[in-house]
Design a protein around this ligand. Structure first.
Ligand SMILES: NC(=O)c1ccc[n+]([C@@H]2O[C@H](COP(=O)([O-])OP(=O)(O)OC[C@H]3O[C@@H](n4cnc5c(N)ncnc54)[C@H](OP(=O)(O)O)[C@@H]3O)[C@@H](O)[C@H]2O)c1
Length: 172
């Protein structure tokens, strides 16, 4: 009970040059290649999202073929097909016994809430600067994190370059 929390969560996000992740409750750029990778990684596992991010999905519906855990403070919130949790403790109980991987999928408030419980961060860096109202903390200047892998730049069919970086929390 209490402090027996999982600390092996995996953060997954796409961020622009300034660590921007969203604007107007939308992604900054939809990169189909990255979406495909996101689906491949997360399917069959668990994703944790904030209520706003869940509502940014198509039809405001949970993503198929994975367990969607949604955080909201609204005790009356209904979301068929998702597990609804209302605070950090309830979230940690909901994920504790899951045998698969738990991906932290945003938005900003959820990344901030759970960053210290992640052991890895998979960050798709977009080589562009967008107007953003939500951000990921800069992991390159956070001494608790190290970049283990830096992907090569790839050209997306939607006309931006992106790369896959992998970070590991020190001591994990
Ligand atoms: N680039 C990426 O990889 C990526 C990934 C995901 C999202 N995004 C973007 O991020 C933006 C959304 O981020 P955001 O920070 O505004 O919203 P968010 O994190 O998706 O959702 C925020 C909501 O989550 C609930 N919540 C947060 N912390 C909670 C806590 N401790 N306990 C209970 N409920 C909690 C609250 O819901 P209630 O208001 O219902 O109480 C809060 O309003 C969008 O633009 C989205 O497209 C980008």
């Amino acid at each position: 009970m209490g402090c027996n929390y999982r600390n092996d969560l995996i953060l997954i996000a796409s961020a622009d040059r300034n660590w921007g992740i969203g604007f107007g409750n939308k992604l900054l750029k939809r990169i189909p290649e990255d979406m495909k990778r996101f689906a491949q990684l997360t399917k069959g596992n668990m994703i944790v999202v904030g209520r706003k991010t869940l509502e940014s999905f198509k039809g405001s519906k949970p993503l198929p073929d994975r367990i969607n855990v949604v955080l909201t403070r609204d005790v009356n919130y209904q979301c068929p097909g998702a597990v609804v949790v209302h605070d950090f403790e309830e979230l940690m109980s909901a994920i504790m016994d899951f045998e698969g991987k738990v991906y932290v999928c945003g938005g900003e408030s959820v990344y901030r809430l759970l960053l210290d419980y992640c052991s890895q961060a998979l960050v798709t860096r977009i080589d562009a600067e967008f107007e953003a109202d939500t951000r990921l903390p800069d992991l390159d200047s956070d001494g608790r994190w190290i970049r283990k892998e830096t992907g090569g730049w790839q050209e997306s069919k939607v006309g931006v370059a992106f790369r896959y970086d992998t970070y590991r929390r020190r001591g994990s």
